[in-house]
Design a protein around this ligand. Structure first.
Ligand code: TYD
Ligand code: MG
Length: 450
């Protein structure tokens, strides 16, 4: 096979015949690295027999028995456990707790053979960590190895049904000329592990580090290859960790799992909602409480905004934990529909607790937090709001309002503003929770900022 030189973006895997400073595909700077690649393109799997079409109706619908990890929050995210014969990528920032999580899973598995392959830590370090977690699983096999061929062989020899690769970036095949950690190596490792999982029916989990600089070959490159991508998130000053599936061939993608990092490993948080409220009893201006839904789980979260006169010609805007474009849309609605012009102001907003949310029901609370900060008037205490903001300033209904209501009620919210269309179709009522139907955001402002 002939080899040719290509330049590969280490962030997204885009290729180019010459070096370029900025990746035209993902927009990252300085990510192109020279690699040698065999021509003849991807060496595909050897075809043993020609496949012929079959009737869909005759395709066996064998129910694959999923493997429950024994960790409820993890099983919730995968959709009821891992599916045999698949490759899962666990991606996350260094230090977020990926190794800890998977070692805890290994420790729970009793009936099947697990194998933990570490290319990052020595076996002694691994043992120390296991002791710290309080569990020294008697049947767990460990191996310190980074060569892909040796790893494959070890999996086969150990007949491991559950395999952890920590991390995929450390694996390399000497048959390829690219350096360890390069896109070519990481992609090759993923393809081979995927094939091995299919062949053996094992569950393989590969840990992948994400770096902001995109210097280490990124999980983005792997997304298309693996069956499932789990992402482990958390802001370092907080102990909270959120697990989500960003790709899942065998289950849902919008379910979240919540954990807390403690001195003895990760602890599950089956009732996470109050964690994302700051403990102040007095409400401050710029703070609003929202009930959002991530997957099927309701969360009561605090949104904070700070609006201050800008010292610059171009004001600063930023939001952490929510879609920046939604912030821009909300600001435009506030200006055009409610006469609240923010052009001369800097605006910073964030979700308390380092949480990242996607539910558009957060719109209303974000808008209220902004107005509260702008007017420097706090919202009343024990008051929450949900609703998606429309372009005319109307509050649009959101899905599953009852679940949000129940959760708000459960944690002691006394007053809830909600879209009128949701309020009209409710099957839940409590004398302790006052419901205020809102058709337009302007009404909420009149009620809350008299
Ligand atoms: P780790 O699982 O090594 O992260 P990753 O594999 O994602 O890089 O965990 C990293 C951090 O977690 C580390 O800074 C120490 C901390 N930690 C605890 O607080 N408690 C524990 O029981 C363990 C094992 C780790
Ligand atoms: Mg690790």
């Amino acid at each position: 096979m002939k080899a040719r030189t290509v330049y590969i973006c280490q962030n997204c895997g885009a290729t180019s015949a010459r070096w370029i400073g900025r990746c035209p595909v993902c927009g990252e700077w300085d990510t192109f690295v020279e690699e040698r690649r065999e021509t003849g393109e991807h060496r595909s799997e050897p075809q043993t027999k020609a496949a012929s079409p079959t009737l869909l109706a005759e395709v066996g619908s064998q129910k694959t028995e999923r493997l429950r990890s024994g960790i409820g929050e993890l099983d919730r995210v995968t959709g009821g456990g891992f599916v045999p014969g698949t490759l899962t990528l666990l991606a996350g920032d260094p230090g977020v707790g990926k190794s800890t999580l998977l070692l805890q899973v290994c420790a729970q598995l009793k009936a099947i053979q697990a194998l933990y392959i570490s290319g990052e830590e020595s076996l002694e370090q691994l043992r120390l960590r296991a002791e710290r977690l309080g569990t020294l699983p008697p049947t767990l096999l460990v191996l310190a190895e980074t060569e892909l061929e040796a790893v494959e062989q070890a999996i086969l020899e150990a007949q491991a049904q559950f395999v952890v690769i920590d991390s995929i970036q450390t694996l390399h095949s000497p048959a390829l000329e690219s350096p360890p950690g390069s896109v070519t190596q990481v992609r090759e490792a993923a393809l081979r592990l995927q094939r091995l999982a299919k062949q053996t029916g094992s569950i393989i989990l590969a840990i992948g580090h994400v770096t902001k600089e995109g210097l280490v070959a990124g999980p983005k490159v792997l997304e298309h290859i693996v069956d499932t991508v789990l992402q482990f998130e958390g802001e370092v000053p907080y102990a909270y960790r959120v697990l989500r599936a960003v790709k899942n061939r065998f289950g849902p993608t919008h379910e979240l799992g919540f954990f807390e990092m403690t001195a003895s490993g990760l602890r599950e948080l089956p009732n996470p909602s109050v964690l994302f409220l700051s403990n102040d009893t007095e409400m401050e201006s710029g703070v609003a409480i929202a009930t959002v839904l991530e997957g099927t789980r309701p969360l009561v979260v605090e949104v904070q905004a700070l609006v201050t006169p800008s010292a610059y010609a171009v004001p600063q805007r930023s939001i952490t934990g929510y879609d920046y474009r939604r912030l821009q849309m909300i600001m435009a609605v506030l200006e055009r529909r409610l006469g609240i012009g923010l052009r001369q102001y800097d605006l910073f907003a964030n979700i308390v607790g380092g949480l990242r949310l996607e539910d558009p029901a957060l719109d209303a609370a974000l808008a209220l937090a902004i107005v509260s900060s702008y007017r420097d008037i706090p919202l009343p205490p024990q008051t929450a709001v949900f609703g998606e903001l429309g372009l005319t300033g109307e509050l649009r209904p959101v899905r599953l309002p009852e679940i949000r209501l129940r959760e708000a009620h459960r944690i002691g919210i006394r007053r809830l503003l909600l879209p009128k269309a949701n309020a009209e179709a409710l099957s839940y009522a409590s004398p302790e929770l006052e419901l205020i139907p809102i058709e337009r955001l302007s009404l909420a402002l009149t009620l809350l900022f008299p």
